[in-house]
Every structure is written in C-alpha cells, then in structure tokens.
Ligand binder design. Structure first.
Ligand code: SF4
Length: 163
C-alpha cells in the first residue's frame, strides 16, 4: 500500500526558502520517522506566491490568516509594504497542491505568518505571539486538512497511526 501524502513546510525539509534564505530542517531522527510513514510534499507558500528568498520578514496586522483571506487584515513588512496578495496567492497554491497530491494532513512551521497554526507573531515586530493561524494554515484548514506544527510531531504520528 502506498504511503499517505503529507504537505510540509519546505523550510522544515531543509530547503533554503525562509526570509533570510536559510532552511529550518527537522532533526534527522524526526525526518526519518516522517519519511517512513508519509510521502512528503514540500511547499513554501510565500515563494509559491511569488516572493523571493531572501525577502523582508512579514507579520499579520489586524487579525490572523482567516482575516487576511477575507480582506479584513493585512500582511505587512516592518517598512509598511502590504504583501497580502502574494501570501493569499501562495496559500491558494498550497491548497491546490494538497488537493493534487490527496494530502489530508499538513506539517507547517510554527508561528509564521503563512504557516503558523494556533499562534503567529503579533503583527508589531516585537517578538511576541498572538493566537491565530497563518494565511496558508487557514487556507488548508478551510480545505479540510488537519494542520500540525513541528512542536506537535508526536501528536501527528499518533493520529496517523490511528487513521
Ligand atoms: S512560508 Fe512557510 S515554508 Fe516558507 S519559509 Fe515561511 S514557514 Fe517556511
């Protein structure tokens, strides 16, 4: 039987896609456990939306990812540039990719304005967090995926075993 597909933040796969053109790879043991259980489908929604690496870091002002998708909040750089459009475009692309690969589960980088799930950076560039999902996490949950962060790996594998 083929392995189920897992949509995964490309930075957690070690790809140099973060705002500072680095990756954030999972520890080797965890990468091996996930690869044994899932067919990994990497995606960086910010780059899929057309942004380069490196790029200015962004945070969500005035809400969370659901609010950005609804046009009630904005993804901003510290310099005041509004990048909501590429973030929404990338989130849509990630949801399309999930559908193309029949992904029902996603593992996304914690706290990111795109990939964060449950908590994201505050919007004030002060290093603090607020409750909410990033733009991509919101789009994927809306599409019916279960979303986990790298802080919930044990839970992800436990739920996969029960599925
Ligand atoms: S958008 Fe997601 S995948 Fe891309 S660098 Fe940020 S956290 Fe990683």
């Amino acid at each position: 039987m083929s392995k189920p597909a897992l949509l995964m933040s490309a930075c957690l796969c070690g790809q140099a896609v973060r705002y500072d053109a680095t990756g954030k790879p999972l520890p080797a043991e965890w990468a091996a456990r996930l690869s044994a259980r899932f067919a990994i489908v990497p995606v960086c929604p910010e780059m899929a939306g057309g942004l380069p690496a490196p790029r200015a870091p962004c945070e969500i002002r005035g809400g969370d990812g659901y609010d950005v998708l609804a046009g009630r909040a904005e993804v901003m750089t510290a310099a005041g540039d509004n990048l909501s459009l590429p973030f929404c475009r990338g989130a849509t692309r990630a949801a399309d990719l999930a559908r193309e690969h029949d992904c029902h589960v996603a593992l996304l980088k914690a706290n990111s304005p795109s990939c964060g799930s449950g908590t994201i950076y505050s919007g004030d560039f002060d290093g603090r967090h607020k409750n909410g999902d990033g733009v991509c996490a919101a789009a994927l949950r809306r599409a019916g995926l279960a979303v986990f962060s790298e802080l919930e790996l044990e839970q992800l594998l436990q739920e996969a075993e029960q599925a």
